[in-house]
Design a protein around this ligand. Structure first.
Ligand code: CAA
Length: 285
């Protein structure tokens, strides 16, 4: 099994800053790679705020918080940021061409022994691995939002991922106090293949006038003990992200059961994307 000490995380958005947070909090040196100084600063501020939340709840001490922040270094250049790390976790938007460009650069500059992982929620791990010269050292490491809270890491094996790499990523996930669950590379893996049709069906319920959004959510919260109803969760994930994932399922399986609800498409077209635009199925301050 490979020894992992230093990790690079590419992208400091919702998922990226959470991933940096958990690696740094669990003793790893982390390189946070962003494209602009202000994006890196915003990510650091979010991590600071979420660590303070943990200090207030007495889950960690002020010293733990300071030590965690000390372990994070920011970079604006991918090649520089990955040059001496053992693991790279990519967490940029779900656009294949963007990820392809990043992994080509990472493959060129990361040490030969480094494992390359993607936090993609649905893009094929095998297809991403194929843009690098090391598909056997490529794997999916799929975290869940909010990363510091959610226990799951879905570990996705591409066609050529080596057993040694899978073992290393399963072990490192445990060191992050997460529970790794293995899956093979199929559209949506397990998580989104099961979650997105539920969200899509909830949207069809609204579209067909079966119930109002708050009532659809109440049914699932009170009847099925979901912490958030499917429409609140869709807003939380981002309606654009939900639509992208449904399209990957629809195109990947060529099965009409994954057809995105027309209301979802309409809301994305209107720029109502959920929490990030302050309005989706619900309104936010
Ligand atoms: N960092 C650190 N701690 C956080 C946090 C963060 N970003 N967000 C919440 N917390 C902590 C809170 O401090 C609180 O701690 P205590 O239990 O010690 O009080 C705890 O988490 C619960 O938070 P809140 O009390 O603020 O709110 P809540 O009880 O309503 O829970 C929630 C919030 C954890 C988000 C809960 O509603 C939930 O589990 N929702 C479902 C989330 C989910 O399904 N996520 C997966 C989305 S899918 C995805 O990410 C992947 C994909 O591919 C699309």
């Amino acid at each position: 099994m490979s020894e992992i000490k230093k990790v690079a995380v590419i992208g400091g958005g919702t998922m990226g800053n959470g991933i940096v947070h958990v690696f740094a909090m669990n003793g790893y040196e982390v390189h946070l790679i962003e494209t602009k100084k202000e994006f890196a600063e915003r990510a650091l501020n979010t991590i600071d705020k979420n660590l303070s939340r943990m200090v207030n709840k007495e889950k960690i001490s002020e010293n733990d918080k300071a030590a965690t922040l000390d372990r994070i270094q920011t970079f604006l250049d991918v090649n520089e940021g990955v040059s001496d790390v053992d693991l790279v976790v990519e967490a940029v938007p779900e656009v294949f061409d963007l990820k392809k460009k990043i992994f080509e650069a990472v493959d060129e500059s990361a040490p030969d022994h480094a494992i390359l992982a993607s936090n993609t929620s649905s893009i094929s791990i095998t297809k991403l691995a194929a843009v690098t010269g090391r598909p056997e050292r490529f794997i999916g490491m799929h975290f869940f939002n909010p990363v510091p809270v959610m226990k799951l890491v879905e570990v996705i094996n591409g066609l050529e991922t080596s057993e040694e790499v899978t073992k290393t990523i399963m072990e490192i996930s445990k060191k992050l106090n997460k529970v790794p669950v293995p899956a093979n590379d199929f559209p949506g893996f397990v998580s989104n293949r099961v979650l997105m049709p539920m969200i899509n069906e909830a949207i069809f319920c609204v579209h067909e006038g079966v119930a109002e959004p708050e009532h659809v959510d109440e049914v699932m919260k009170l009847g099925m003990a979901h912490p958030m109803g499917p429409l609140r969760l869709a807003d939380f994930i981002g309606l654009d992200v939900c639509l992208d994932i449904l399209n990957v399922l629809y195109e990947g399986f060529k099965d009409p059961k994954y057809r995105p609800a027309p209301l979802l498409v309409k809301m994305v077209d209107a720029g109502k994307l959920g929490d990030k635009t302050d309005e989706g199925f619900f309104k936010y301050d």
